[in-house]
Design a protein around this ligand. Structure first.
Ligand code: UD1
Length: 418
């Protein structure tokens, strides 16, 4: 049965939310567990559909995965199968993260090409060039990336054209078992990269420079399983921060790490929100209608592209005009057409969106096109007159545990209907 969200406009969100582990970290940690035979445990894993997809993928590769109560236990055998099938990869792009670990450990990997995505073309060229530099031989065949490294991998100096998160991860998780030293220049600096690196270090890897643009990895012969706690989800935390500001509410976001959200929180302050860092999180409080804010998305520590739908929605009901520039994913403005159905005044010119704030949006049925767009549209429903329906709720389930229940606890009338 296909589910949709039903949102009654007008709520000012008040109360507390608890942030769980980051989706984009937990999935990569699960894939990296493949690097060491034995039992690895990952804690603070969010209760979302993508974790089940990654668990299924690891199971098909030969692991035993037990998932319950915020924890995933992965038993990794000595010999893994090395093929990640299209039916799983197409459902979740993070499946591509098994490529590096499989080439490093099994000297072979066959991973389905993820194909186009609703937020842009999302190539794999940086992943492939990086692994080739480490000595892998790679070609495409029947929709699969086929990688082999019969004599193993060797360290190399790699310079990324763009600080791609996924490419940095795949290169890192291959280089940890390569002979010699690998450097990654123009590496991604996201907190997810640091979390993954710390997991690998706990397994016995030698890595320096995490969180900086240059990562140095000295290969080791083997790694051992470990237990690791996932960092809090900064995108979910940021979503709640924007939700508080746009609904003129007051939300305490427990478990959030403010240092992972410096630029978004500064932007919210310039929109008029009172942002305070508490001992265990962040409080965002807004008394008045937000002021419009200009934003350009950039790799970390810049403004995250994953919060772009939230900032466009905020600007749609703000005082004044704003320009939002998307520099990471070209297709991400698809969701703007849905927002326009709600009456938002937005013009797109290339990768710029010009937004003229109006007092309120006007409820209508809309469709979620990806995880973050879906969350942005649910929030847009809260600042609309009337009842908004957001179709294809499954997108939102992939990133936001119990989204409707959490909104209800904050005083909103939001339900899931089948
Ligand atoms: C990850 C996140 C995603 C987030 C993004 C940027 C996961 C599962 N997803 O995606 O939520 O929005 O980081 O913070 O963690 N590119 C290429 N060639 C490549 C690789 C990337 O051209 O080989 C391009 C992409 O098309 C995109 C840009 O580089 O335009 C950034 O992509 P990347 O940082 O790799 O994002 P993902 O790891 O896919």
């Amino acid at each position: 049965m296909v589910a949709r969200f039903r949102i009654v406009g007008g709520a000012r969100l008040h109360g507390e939310v608890q942030i769980s582990g980051a989706k984009n970290s937990a999935l990569k940690l699960m894939a990296a567990a493949l690097l060491a035979p034995g039992i690895s445990t990952i804690r603070n894993v969010p209760d979302i559909a993508d974790v089940d997809i990654m668990a299924e993928l690891l199971t098909r590769l030969g692991c035993t995965v037990v998932h319950g109560a915020g924890e995933v236990k992965i038993t990794v055998p000595e010999k893994l199968s090395h093929r990640a099938e299209y039916d799983l990869v197409r459902r979740m792009r993070a499946s591509i993260n098994v490529l590096g670990p499989l080439v490093a450990r099994m000297k072979a990997a066959e991973v389905a090409l993820p194909g186009g995505d609703a937020i842009g073309s999302r190539g794999l060229d940086f992943h492939i060039k990086g692994l080739e530099a480490l000595g892998a031989q790679i070609h495409n065949e029947h929709g699969y990336v086929i990688a082999t490294a019969p004599t193993g991998l060797s360290g190399a100096e790699i310079v990324l054209d763009f600080p791609s998160v996924g490419a940095t991860e795949n290169i890192m998780t291959a280089a940890v078992l390569a002979k010699g030293v690998t450097t990654i220049d123009n590496a991604a600096r996201e907190p997810d990269i640091v979390d993954l690196g710390e997991f690998l270090i706990a397994m016995g890897a030698k890595i320096e420079g995490l969180g900086s643009p240059k990562i140095t990895i000295t290969g080791v012969k083997e790694l051992s399983p470990t237990t690791h706690e996932t960092i809090p989800d900064r995108i979910v935390a940021g979503t709640w921060a924007f939700a508080a500001a746009m609904t003129q509410g007051d939300i305490t976001i427990r478990g959030a790490n403010a240092s992972h959200l410096e630029v978004p929180l500064e932007k919210l302050a310039s929109a008029g929100a009172v942002v305070t860092t508490t001992t265990d999180g962040i409080r965002v409080h807004m008394e008045n209608r937000p002021q419009a804010i200009d934003i350009a998305t950039l790799p970390y520590p810049g403004f995250p592209t994953d919060l772009q739908p939230m900032v466009i929605t905020l600007n749609a009901i703000a005082v004044g005009d704003a320009i939002v520039t998307e520099n990471v994913f070209e297709g991400r403005f698809m969701f703007v057409n849905e927002l326009i159905r709600l009456g938002a005044q937005i013009n797109i010119d290339g990768h710029h969106a010009a937004i003229r704030g109006i007092l309120r949006l006007s409820a209508a049925p809309v469709v979620a096109t990806d995880i973050r767009a879906g969350a942005g549209l649910v929030l847009a429903g809260l600042v609309s007159d009337g009842i908004t329906f957001v179709d294809d709720a499954f997108h939102v389930d992939r990133g936001y545990p119990n989204f409707a229940e959490q909104l209800q606890a904050l005083g909103a009338d939001v339900t899931r209907v089948e």
